[in-house]
Design a protein around this ligand. Sequence first.
Ligand code: ADP
Ligand code: MG
Length: 595
Amino acid sequence: MSIRVLDPRVAQQVAAGEVVDRPASVVKELVENSLDAGASRVEVELGDGGTSRILVRDDGAGMTPEDAGLCVVRHATSKIRSVKDIESVNTLGFRGEALPSIASVSSFSLTTSTGEGAATKVVVEGGAEAEVSPASHPRGTTVVVDRLFYNVPARRAFLKGQRAERAAISEVLTHLAIAHPEVAFRLTEKGRDHLSLPAAGDLLERLAQILGVARARAMRRVEYESGAFKISGYAALPSVTEGSRAHQTISVNGRFVRAESLHRGLDDAYRATVPGGRYPPVALEIDVDPRRVDVNVHPTKQIVRFSEERVARDAVAAAVRTAIEWRPPGPATTPRQAERAFTQERFSPRPEPWERVSRAAESRSAYQAPPEGGLQEVRERISEASRPLAEERARYEELPERGALPPLEDLRVIGQLAAGYILVEEPEEALWVVDQHVAHERAILDRLNDSESPATVQSLLIPEVVELSPGEAEAVAENLEELAVYGFEAEPFGPRSVRVKAVISTLADRDVAGAFKDALAAITRTDPGHSREDHILATIACHSAVKMGDRLSQPEMEALIESWLTSRLPATCPHGRSICFRIGLNEVARKLDRH
Ligand code: ADP
Ligand code: MG
């Protein structure tokens, strides 16, 4: 075969694959252009999850007729003039590749106006010559991408289902929205809102729009400076975690990026307090001298590389750690070893009045004895679905059985503190303050992991309807069977909710919806295997356990302490958090000047 220079149109289609590989990357490029144009509002409309249509409309600066004609030409950009400019570029784009690439693999049209003079419409059919004509459009730009990859069947074949593509779009848009709180974003399909984010006053308000007020309240401010790095934003306390990195947004010099080293830094920061595979929401902005970071290693600019990867990773870890660690109230009190583990989350704000009311109403059924009957069947299905916990068990066996805890007979439950901690007396010796949620969680998890006396699945008297995000709805449809392995008997209920009919009995009166969603996230985000099984069981235990704020009666507290102390590893909590701390009587005496 003889060598031939490719037809430019074919070359463009081949190159397009580097920039756009799925609808979500088209959305990312178009929305970044809107942001570069200074838009205050960006709307995205989809047809069939973006596979048949992607429309992005903005109210940004728009283009003149001359620029509009040029923008679909390869390497046409208004953003840099020379290679040196890349170092100081402060726009999201600069390679002038996105529009021509997208236009070469779709039916593309762009209508734009600067608000002065005529508007312009540019139509490109599968990379053919652009047709430019006058049009009408308010200030701003609307891009319509129809039939993406219609002329590249091999790539079209790689598209996932509509729901998966829509979920990926929603995730990209969420990251961009977190990186740009001052801009309003909206994602719709067939007139239905998938994301609707009015302009936010600041980052925390944007996080509240996305995560909900309660989770946003568990975010701590990050403000950190070290060497070349200045890091600001928010990081969640370790008690708030999710099954994926979908809400771990990091931007570098204003550009949302994915960088392995930065994700590692986050994991370092949370390692001691968050189990593997769980990800607390984080929104960080890193300011760094542009000469120390290369944004041009990948055509979509989502991957960046630092000149000193390790330094970047450590800076992120230190920034987050500083934000979430517990600090002593004043310089006078040096926390003792045992108290140090007592992180800030223990002093989470008092429940809102409405929360207190609903908790009081719940408190009747707040405590549930750990399961006794047989989850045998479920256990068997679990071990079929994934490898059993044999190695995990071996690890268990090596650890000290009881840690530093005294035998049960010697203890006396004194009462409850702030509806969150159980006070236990170790006569003649000490006072124990036990976190009721983590202790209960530990006890339940232990029973769930115990194949000798496993738990039962229980039908709910009133099936619970769980509302889902588009991404979750997509995932549920594909994972109903595996969810059933963990006791969740569920069926689709309308396009964006499911009806859960049965759960593992410990969950029956508890947070079914929360457990269901977290279990789903664990299934979709972790590989099959024992660590996935661990996550799911830990999730069920967490949502089954009494919560901070649940008032417990004396017998309930005694039963809880008993089941905790008789569990396999009472001193450690499934999330690696501390469960209790001890105040020696001599310390009490010293505090009261009785030494
Ligand atoms: P890049 O963003 O790397 O410059 P693109 O192919 O994405 O390359 O866009 C080419 C040019 O078209 C941009 O430099 C910009 O001048 C113009 N442009 C693209 N989209 C918009 C928009 N939504 N509003 C205004 N100008 C735009
Ligand atoms: Mg661009």
